[in-house]
Design a protein around this ligand. Structure first.
Ligand code: GLN
Length: 549
């Protein structure tokens, strides 16, 4: 019978509730259980697909094309299982569903209320995770912080589930923050006590408390939290901030979280956790490695969460290439104004990630031009591929008017355009090519060499495509279409001949990168970047030896 772990957050947001959920999933998976993780988001948007990355960070896309919260990226990276669209629920989805049922007359004239109609729909959605994945253990994370108005119906639904299915099959885990008072250097448990009191006032007593802190949490504090919050001392799990995200499962393992949770759920480990590989990975991450610099040219660079999966994919690939990657965050709108080129010139590689809309687009195009002309490795992700195509088109067709119809509807050279069947779609939500699509790789190309197979499936999120009218002339000038849809209609990967690594893909490889399994395209890119960095270092040494600057 499925077991449920409900994760709530207290005190403040951003204490790593999502990472805790993901890491706990890993602890349980290591013990031989099938695990699935679901995020309940209290906001009223139907999905984060149309939300600004400034407010929400990146939109994470699943195999089935669901546009989800970035926490699902943590979940998949830690438990290495593909999740599906039932794993992200928002208040918007719940209300849309219940209101649609009411309009259909499903409630036979009854008054529709938060309890039981909204809470029933929430419980139904939680039940769908087991039904669609067959997980032994379902972890459910509630977004926001206890005390928020929006999350109340979710918490009430979880409270009901505990009595519906029984205490022995459910656990409540509460994550909190221990602030430190500068003057005395003391860590404070009072906010944790208050947030537990808040939870209790809605009928939920936590079984486990994960206490996050920037400092080491002593036994005395654990005992104090246990006493005041009425949980076992063993069930107070300190989580000290680490600079290595993937160390969190090891930290939680050391504090006994995995065993404690299993005991509370009446389960026995099906196998002994095997951490050797993971520990090796963390040790490698800690080691000094030659540094490489990668310029990431985007328009949301002030908020790095907007590029979370790209950043993680770079980290995974850098580790396997034996280098440490420093990301130089470059604002495309600044490049457009002619600023930031000095930083760009310091980079050993350039990434142009996904994006929408025309702001900063010329800055991205000039970064692609710089990479092409100076033979600096370039990786274009979705919009980044389109930018690479536009830049190449301007050069080949010798016309500054080459563009995508997303940015200039009247361009005489629409090298990136909508497919004929897409024209006339007006809605902005859920109208894109989303989720997994196949891509056939062409022999003798960088892409084929990187993947080392004939066909791959990758996750997409875009509207515009390469315009096939230009395939021939681009091909004649050195662009290779190294990945195509099986029917040959859609360009999935383009790369340049006579360049160490200039490659763009119409999909988002960053979503399939895992810490212990870097994505092949990122890995190939990082290897090219490492070669470039080594050459830079050699030149640097020679000029020092010759007394030049
Ligand atoms: N805006 C482009 C399109 O819709 C690229 C989207 C993206 O980078 N995800 O095709």
């Amino acid at each position: 019978m499925t077991r449920y772990i409900f994760i709530t957050g207290g005190v403040v947001s951003s204490v790593g509730k999502g990472v805790t959920a993901a890491a706990l999933g890993k602890l349980l998976k290591e013990r031989g259980f099938e695990v699935s993780i679901q995020k309940l988001d209290p906001y009223i948007n139907v999905d984060p697909g149309t939300m600004s990355p400034y407010q929400h960070g990146e939109v994470y896309v699943l195999d089935d094309g669901a546009e989800t919260d970035l926490d699902l990226g943590h979940y998949e990276r830690f438990i290495d299982t593909s999740l599906n669209r039932v794993c992200n629920v928002t208040t918007g989805q719940i209300y849309s569903e219940v209101i649609a049922q009411e309009r259909r007359g499903d409630f036979l004239g009854g008054t529709i209320q938060v309890i039981p109609h909204i809470t029933n729909e929430i419980k139904r959605r939680i039940g769908l995770v087991f039904r669609t994945t067959n997980a032994d253990i379902v972890i459910v994370e509630v977004g926001g912080t206890v005390g928020d108005i929006e999350s109340l119906p979710f918490l009430e639904a979880l409270r009901q589930m505990r009595s519906d299915i029984g205490r022995d099959r459910t656990i409540f885990l509460h994550t909190t923050w221990l602030p430190r008072i500068g003057a005395t250097g003391e860590l404070k448990t009072k906010p944790t006590q208050h947030s537990v009191r808040e939870l209790r006032s809605i009928g939920i007593q936590p079984d486990v408390i994960v206490a996050r802190s920037d400092y080491v949490v002593g036994e005395d504090l654990r005992d104090k939290i246990a006493l005041f919050c009425d949980v076992d001392a063993r069930a107070v799990i300190p989580l000290t901030t680490t600079s290595i995200l993937y160390e969190v499962p090891l930290l939680l393992e050391r504090e006994g979280l995995g065993e404690h949770v299993l005991t509370r759920l009446g389960l026995k480990a099906r196998k002994k956790p095997e951490w050797t590989e993971w520990e090796r990975m963390i040790a490698a991450e800690r080691k000094e490695r030659p540094k490489v610099r990668i310029a990431l040219v985007g328009k949301y660079v002030e908020l790095q969460d907007a590029y979370m999966s790209v950043r993680e994919a770079v980290r995974h690939a850098a580790l396997s290439a034996g280098v440490k990657a420093e990301i130089i965050w470059l604002h495309s709108a600044e490049l457009e104004k002619g600023k930031g080129f000095a930083e760009l010139e310091m980079a050993d590689g350039v990434i142009v990630p996904g994006g929408f809309g025309s702001r900063g687009i010329e800055g991205k195009i000039s970064a692609a031009r710089y990479a092409r002309e100076n033979k600096v490795p370039y990786l274009g992700l979705c919009l980044g591929m389109q930018v690479m195509v536009i830049e190449f088109g301007r050069h080949v067709l010798d016309s500054e008017d080459v563009n995508s119809t997303e940015f200039n509807i009247n361009t005489p050279h629409p090298v990136i355009d909508l497919l004929p069947e897409q024209r006339g779609i007006g809605d902005m939500g859920g109208t894109m090519r989303l989720g997994l699509y196949p891509c056939v790789l062409k022999r003798g190309t960088i892409a084929k060499h990187a993947y080392n197979c004939n066909r791959v499936e990758e996750r997409h999120r875009h509207r515009f495509e390469f315009n096939n009218t230009y395939r021939e002339i681009f091909g004649e000038h050195g662009m290779v279409f190294s990945g195509l849809s099986p029917d040959d209609r859609l360009v999935e990967i383009a790369e340049l001949k006579d360049h160490p690594f200039m490659l763009g893909c119409q999909f988002h490889p960053e979503f399939l990168s895992r810490p212990n399994r870097p994505h092949p395209l990122f890995k190939a890119f990082l290897e090219a970047v490492a070669v470039k960095a080594e050459a830079r270092m050699k030149v640097g040494k020679q000029s020092v030896a010759q007394g030049t600057d």
